[in-house]
Write a protein that binds this ligand. Structure first.
Ligand code: ZN
Ligand code: MN
Length: 497
């Protein structure tokens, strides 16, 4: 993503993410939140907005959102209330959404994301709870004759998470979203299925452009909606930044006076379409919801929620680095695979002599097998100690990766352990010292340049000799034995000059 030539502007992106909480029932009534039920079957007077129906807060929804806010390092308000956000839309029978306006239950947090250059802390302005609207089902024939509404989703609990405008590229926006999804999934707060709409993202974007006179001009903020995948977020941000810069070059500073706008993302065409002036908060005539009592969060509730938080992805990465000596990149890749795979990794790494090699096996071969066979790690045929046995055999015997993969494939089919599978495949390991010594001497004779370099103090030059021996033995000699003999024989070899 990094261009050799720096862009003549700074991109400023803030994300507004809505996630559906993993509750059985809706936020203010007992209707099921299950996805895919027949249209309008999961409704009642409360979520249909019938006169006189009274909402009651779902305790579980509040607990889950509290958990999310703590994981996002937010300050939790001890007193929080509900507000009505008024607007008219066919999927909103009450003509208002119950949300939180001036007293959200949490604010002022942060999320750390792993960038190629290091860790970046992205501020979280607030996270608040609100109810979802229904869904308009528009006629897809194009005649516009038949639009319907499904209110199953009306009243589903949503957590709205608003970041600071601190993301400065489409790539960073995507990484932020990926980290947020990982966090929310791992803690059981939301399933974050973008396809089912349980994670939705709107992005606010504008540019700060340095002027020749030293002033900084800002383009009008555009809120891009309908971003249905991580890739869409990245692409849309890139497109919109280019579009705003082009527009700025045409219009110059006039743009500063144009009101905020809303745009849609057209995935097929890969363009943003600016639609209308964006509403201001005052357009919604917020006022306190009279039918719900405010929520008080006691210090006990808070400390209990903190205690039950579980391990955050950032902590998991740090632990994998510390306990297994993995680099930041490997620790990140593993953590992204989720708790269950991390646990399998740990169990395997503990029984092996090479945690880094185990990481490669888990993130490559094991993951491929799971994907190919649509298995979860609980159904994976090789228990941790069996995979560790393979990793150890490979290390000790110096089996090359191609051979090792053949062994692995056989083990998956036969459930043999590594030693049995290697034997059955006829991969006879050369362990005889005399035989290896002979091969080493030949390799030394055939590589005078490496020998000379070694004698000059380049210890790395011994690798060329070892490589030659491994080739000669077709990768079947014990690496440790080869290592030892190569060093001994090199010491005995006189300097050639
Ligand atoms: Zn209901
Ligand atoms: Mn919202």
């Amino acid at each position: 993503m990094s261009n050799a030539v720096a862009a003549p502007y700074k991109v400023v992106i803030g994300l507004e993410v809505h996630v559906q909480l993993l509750t059985q029932s809706k936020l203010f009534c007992g209707c099921s939140t299950k996805f895919g039920l027949p249209a309008n079957s999961s409704t009642c007077p409360v979520c249909l907005g019938m006169p006189g129906a009274l909402p009651v807060m779902n305790q579980r929804a509040f607990e889950l959102s509290l958990k999310a806010a703590l994981a996002l390092n937010c300050e939790i308000a001890d007193f929080t209330k509900w507000d009505r956000k008024n607007y008219y839309y066919p999927d909103l029978p009450k003509n208002f959404q119950i949300s939180q306006y001036d007293l959200p239950f949490s604010s002022n947090g942060f999320l750390e994301i792993e960038m190629p250059g290091g860790t970046k802390r992205v501020g979280i302005i607030r996270a608040h709870l609100e109810e979802d609207a229904g869904k308009s089902l528009h006629d897809e024939s194009g005649s516009g004759q038949d639009s319907r509404v499904d209110l199953n989703r009306a009243g589903t609990p949503l957590l709205e998470i608003v970041s600071q405008p601190e993301l400065d590229s489409g790539e960073e926006a995507r990484l932020y979203l990926e980290e947020l999804r990982l966090l929310l999934k791992e803690l059981g707060i939301s399933d974050c299925e973008m396809q089912e709409g349980s994670l939705r993202c709107d992005a606010n974007i504008n540019l700060h452009i340095s002027q020749p006179d030293g002033a900084v001009a800002a383009t009008p903020i555009v809120e891009v909606k309908n971003l249905n995948s991580f890739r869409a977020v990245e692409r849309a941000m890139k497109y919109e930044a280019d579009r705003q810069y082009e527009q700025f070059q045409k219009d110059g500073k006039k743009l500063g006076e144009v009101a905020k706008a809303t745009a849609g993302w057209d995935e097929a065409r890969g363009v943003t379409l600016v639609q209308r002036r964006k509403e201001e908060a005052s357009d919604y005539r917020y006022f306190p919801e009279p039918d719900l009592v405010p929520v008080r969060v006691s210090p006990e509730t808070l400390s209990q929620a903190r205690a039950n938080l579980g391990e955050l992805p950032s902590a998991c990465r740090a632990r994998l680095e510390k306990d297994f000596g993995l680099g930041r990149y490997d620790a990140s890749v593993l953590t992204k695979l989720g708790k269950d795979l991390v646990q399998y990794y740990e169990a395997t790494a503990r029984k092996s002599k090479d945690p880094k090699a185990v990481c490669n096996w888990v993130t490559n071969q094991v993951l491929n097998t799971l994907n190919e066979k649509s298995l979860n790690i609980g159904e994976f045929p090789l228990p941790a100690e069996i995979l560790a046995g393979l990793v150890n055999e490979v290390q000790e015997t110096g089996l090359n990766m191609q051979r090792a993969r053949e062994v692995y494939t056989r083990m998956l089919e036969t459930r043999e352990d590594a030693r049995q599978a290697i034997e059955k495949l006829g991969f006879k390991v050369v362990g005889d010292v005399g035989q290896i010594t002979e091969i080493v001497r030949k390799a030394i004779g055939a590589n005078p340049k490496a020998v000379a370099d070694f004698k000059k103090g380049k210890t790395k030059a011994a690798d060329a000799i070892k490589g030659a021996v491994m080739r000669e033995t077709k990768g079947m000699a014990k690496m440790e034995v080869v290592q030892e003999i190569v060093m001994a024989e090199l010491a005995k070899t006189p300097e050639v000059s």
